[in-house]
Design a protein around this ligand. Sequence first.
Ligand code: CU
Length: 347
Amino acid sequence: MRTFSNVWRCVALAAVFVLNVAHSADAFAAVRKFEMNIEDTRITLVEKQQYHTFAFAGQVPGPLFYVDEGDQIEVNVNNVTALPHSVHWHGMLQKGTWKMDGVPGTTQEAIKPGESFTYKFTAEPSGTMWYHCHVNVNEHVALRGMWGPFVVRPKKPTALEKTVTKEFIMMLSDWDSKWSSKPGFGGVPGDVYDFFTINGKSFPDNQPLRVNKGDVVRLRFIGAGDLVHSIHLHGHIMKVAFKDGFPLANPISADTILVGPGERYDVIFTADNPGRWMIHDHVDSHTMNGDRPMGGIMSVLEYNEIKPDDFYDWKAKKFEPNFYYEESLKKGPGVYTNDGFKGQAVQ
Ligand code: CU
């Protein structure tokens, strides 16, 4: 089954990202060109639990696309795997470009193994969006990690979002371990999800969110899996400021929000309560790793001012500063891969 051309594999190993920025007819819009492969990749969710994915650029989540509203986007996608795929740019309106919507059998033929397809569209509207495969979504999106963040910076930011000093992306997803080494199968009635991840990693192998007192923090939640997650942040009041990228006229206050499949919520809060605070899924079964509790969708909001205590589970944690794309998001528009999300190529 895996006898496809090694030519594309070479391209994959080169992990080439081409970013060309030029000016389009709109004086303020850029033309942004990207090259992206889909690769058979084995990732580790937590501890010894590995999973065979069809990974964008060999990583789960896929690269962050961070662009400006109105930019002209061109993404050439090379399918290096043995199964057909496509890319749906979830949230993009595709005005006049419906054939770029990425739905096989409706807007295009699926991209066959060894073939390529170039998506061209305008980044519209602004907000927290995402992209995912639209072939056999029950398996490819729900179980094979075929998703990544797509953030469109608005031409006219809201007063509230202008106050933000630090932002994080959290993609929530669910896995059924019985299909972990059976690519091409799974996503069927009766599947039982037994692993749960934030950005492809379960607690304790994910990362803390580190802030300083006084930061105004934006969390961009993306429901990339098949289940609804009930996210509770301790010690703070979140303002729910955006739904699916759209600003809410009157942001509501919350300590727990539901994030369903496909949904995005952006919450903003002030880091005004130094300490270590849990952020976790309140669906108890989503805080398990297989049959073991205290895993899954859990993390800790850490203030840099607070020194580690001996009892702290993560006192010796090796910190990865871009796990939530927080460093990439500081840099402004571009496409950002993340070495921490890279898996191993599967031949
Ligand atoms: Cu696919």
